[in-house]
Design a protein around this ligand. Structure first.
Ligand SMILES: NC(=O)c1ccc[n+]([C@@H]2O[C@H](COP(=O)([O-])OP(=O)(O)OC[C@H]3O[C@@H](n4cnc5c(N)ncnc54)[C@H](OP(=O)(O)O)[C@@H]3O)[C@@H](O)[C@H]2O)c1
Length: 242
């Protein structure tokens, strides 16, 4: 039987992927409420969506967000859509000479540390009545065994660390909530600001629209079972080796 998700929290709801998840789930009948958290105001027209602006640097706000979204009903699904590859100061490193402490810190904060702090506060609020899911946006590029090209040090390492955290969390939560499934998801290459500067060598049929990717990922999410916890899945339901 497919999983049922009534109460959902999405972190990073104003990103391309976060917003596409918001749009997808808000149209499903079973879904009753979606708490949407973002650094900036979330304007989404659906009675199901409850938007909150959040300061990710304030752990008390993250804790309060977890409490707010689980006050009426425990959470059935949490999605962490946050992630960073580059910004005005940081660009993916081609070689070690391009590495900087500031860029490493920035990418590790958004891609690894923040998701772990979200887990600290949101994981205890997951339902243990039915299968509940905590999904982090990971990336195939965080797979050590899949690394053939090198480069992109900060992004690769921060996503590989995220994958380790996902495994760790799955081991710990299994002791207290046997219905919880913790996974990482790879969306494919999705047309978004994050992938924009790197799209020119991607064949047209390999560059996904956010809608296509999220339809695929939601199939993965709906099919997850407790024994899948700790794993990383791609958009096509195939597991990615660490
Ligand atoms: N696009 C792809 O091809 C691709 C491929 C593999 C994996 N992914 C992963 O998918 C996730 C979403 O990517 P996207 O394509 O939707 O990118 P995007 O459109 O650039 O969205 C960026 C996301 O990261 C958050 N974010 C950005 N800077 C942040 C910061 N300084 N502090 C905290 N949060 C920050 C945003 O949250 P707010 O809503 O709070 O602004 C938003 O959710 C990322 O984890 C990315 O690594 C994407």
């Amino acid at each position: 039987m497919e999983n049922l998700f009534y109460n959902i929290a999405i972190l990073g709801a104003n990103g391309t992927i976060g917003n596409a998840f918001l749009s997808h789930f808000s149209e499903l009948d079973n879904v009753k409420t979606i708490y949407a958290f973002s650094r900036s105001k979330v304007s989404f027209k659906s009675a199901k969506v409850i938007p909150y602006k959040i300061n990710y640097n304030n752990e008390e706000e993250i804790k309060a967000s977890a409490m707010i979204s689980s006050k009426i009903r425990k959470l059935d699904l949490v999605i962490v859509a946050n992630g960073i590859l580059y910004d005005n100061q940081a660009f993916p490193e081609k070689k070690i000479s391009e590495i900087s402490i500031d860029n490493l810190k920035k990418l590790f904060f958004v891609n690894t540390i923040l998701p772990l702090i979200f887990a600290k506060h949101f994981l205890p609020q997951l339902s243990n009545e039915n299968t509940s899911v905590f999904a982090f946006m990971s990336a195939r590029i965080g797979s050590i065994s899949d690394n053939r090209l090198g480069g992109w040090y900060s992004y690769r390492a921060s996503k590989a660390s995220l994958n380790m955290m996902i495994k760790n969390l799955s081991i710990e939560i299994e002791r207290t909530n046997k219905k919880a499934v913790i996974v990482g998801l790879h969306p494919g290459t999705v047309d978004s600001p994050l992938s924009k500067p790197f799209q020119k060598n991607i064949p047209k049929n390999k560059l996904f629209s956010p809608e296509f990717s999220i339809r695929q990922l939601s199939k993965v999410i709906y099919s997850l079972k407790p024994e899948d916890s700790g794993k990383i899945y791609a958009w096509d339901c195939v597991e990615i080796n660490p």
